[in-house]
Design a protein around this ligand. Structure first.
Ligand code: SF4
Length: 474
């Protein structure tokens, strides 16, 4: 048993490049966006229609255009059963015929998008997310990959990732995915405790996950990520510590430790959660402190926000050499690729724009039947948006923000342009969370847990009305 008393946990703990301080968390943890984009998706507008998206896609084929590589995200929304904590855009169904029809429409969308894109379709990254990608049958997965390879040219070192629900893995699935070229897997685990699994309607015994993980390694996947969630019903410091015993033993290359945001007014599935069983704020804080401490002690390094990785993982190498990036896939080593989203609710980023597809399968089919890109909304970024995006993403990656580089790239004087923001950063500087040095603004080891709060200072949209409710770190 690894439970420490709350008193012992409250002490500040120093690790090589991060400081874990309960008092600083109490003071600086704020609700705010996770900045997988800037402006954040709640700022996208319906005036951004299919014609605008088409124009951005077509810019890539203008003579002389210097295009970044592509990253492709495919949203596969079908799931066999409902996890009560879920905030994803999904369709619960037992009817496996539905995925065949959905694939037909995905092929149509790919054809439409690539017609506008033109010949340069070099692609360095692919991610299948959902929903449950492994809801698809083997022949369907093969068909999907064949179509993707026909429409996009994957580079030899392309990162091909897929989200795995261990409960839907048929024998041979991982071998099949590896044969199709996938080299990264991400397992939804959340918690190993049977009582917690029952409370969230996601039963997946330890042996099932262990078996899936070994199969993944045997099939040659070079990186395995595991998603965990804390703040779920029936969790306690002690129970989650037992889950971490198993996680550390299974030794995934990367770990995402998400904070459960209970928003039943927004996410219908969450109304099935018994609120009386949710851990209270104080318990959640102690679970977070215990988990972070244990993962660091087990040799993982803190990448940022809710992500941990082994020291030799390329995410950590990128963090140390300043080439870490952040996009809709979270932290990534891939430079600023254009992102093509395919499928319902998928988000894309092409040139100075973001776009998001319609959410419902019906609206998606209707748009494609009419020969239209299935765009719901999006945003065109101004120069100020682009500059602030660079600043916020650099901070989110805890990479030094070098003024000279920004001044040259954006023809600004950093101290002039951000005079107001620098004033607002004073409390962070006074508390030692950032240092504003002569050459760069740096996030200190003390400040690494609070990059979101620092980034928010540069967000021009905060304070304007939004439909979103932002979560906290804890
Ligand atoms: S958590 Fe994943 S598997 Fe569960 S309902 Fe949501 S999308 Fe489906």
């Amino acid at each position: 048993m690894h439970t420490d008393s709350a008193q012992a946990l409250s002490a500040t703990r120093h690790f090589p490049d991060i400081e874990l301080s309960e008092s600083l968390i109490r003071r600086f943890d704020a609700s705010g966006p996770r900045y997988t984009s800037y402006p954040t998706a709640d700022r996208f507008q319906s005036a951004f229609d299919p014609a605008v998206y088409q124009r951005y896609l077509e810019q890539r084929k203008q003579p002389g255009a210097v295009n970044p590589l592509l990253s492709v995200y495919v949203h596969l929304p079908f799931c066999q059963s409902l996890c009560y904590f879920c905030a994803c855009n999904k369709v619960i169904t037992q009817d496996h015929n539905r995925s065949a029809q959905y694939l037909d429409y995905l092929h149509r969308e790919m054809a439409l998008v690539t017609e506008y894109l033109g010949a340069d379709r070099r692609t360095g990254q692919l991610h299948l997310g959902g929903g449950t990608p492994t809801f698809l049958s083997f022949p369907e997965l093969t068909r999907l990959m064949e179509s993707l390879r026909r429409h996009f040219s994957f580079t030899p070192d392309a990162e091909l990732g897929v989200e795995i629900d261990p409960r839907t893995l048929a024998a041979g699935t991982l071998e099949h995915l590896a044969a199709l070229g996938f080299n990264r897997t991400s397992f939804g685990v959340q918690d190993f405790n049977p009582a917690v699994q029952q409370a969230v309607n996601r039963i997946q015994p330890l042996e099932m996950v262990e078996h899936a993980l070994s199969a993944s390694r045997a099939a040659g996947f070079r990186s395995v990520n595991m998603d965990l969630i804390y703040g779920l019903p029936r969790q306690s410091v002690s129970s989650f510590s037992h889950t971490l015993d198993q996680v550390i033993r299974l030794s995934p290359d990367r770990i995402a430790l998400y904070n459960y945001a209970h928003l039943p007014a927004r996410f219908k599935a969450q109304r099935l959660i018994n609120e009386a069983e949710l851990p209270l704020a104080e318990e959640r804080l102690q679970i977070f402190l215990m988990s972070t401490r244990r993962l660091l002690e087990a040799g993982y390094v803190y990448i940022g926000l809710d992500h941990f990785a082994k020291p030799d993982d390329e995410l950590n190498t990128a963090r140390l050499d300043g080439s870490l990036h952040r996009n809709f896939q979270g932290y990534t080593t891939r430079a600023d690729y254009d992102l093509i989203g395919l499928g319902v609710s998928a988000i894309g980023k092409v040139g100075a724009s973001y776009t998001q597809a319609v959410r419902s399968v019906t609206a998606y089919y209707e748009a494609l039947d009419a020969g239209r890109l299935p765009v719901d909304r999006g945003i065109e970024l101004s120069d100020d948006d682009l500059l602030r995006r660079e600043v916020i993403m650099t901070i989110m990656c805890s990479v030094p923000l070098v003024y000279d580089a920004l001044n040259r790239a954006w023809q600004i004087d950093f101290f002039d342009y951000f005079a107001h923001e620098l004033e607002r950063l004073q409390p962070f500087q006074d508390a030692g969370l950032i240092s504003i040095d002569a050459d760069a603004l740096r996030v200190t080891p003390k400040g690494r847990l609070f990059v979101r709060a620092v980034g928010m200072v540069f967000d021009r949209y905060l304070g304007r009305p939004t439909v979103s409710t932002y979560s906290k770190l804890i």
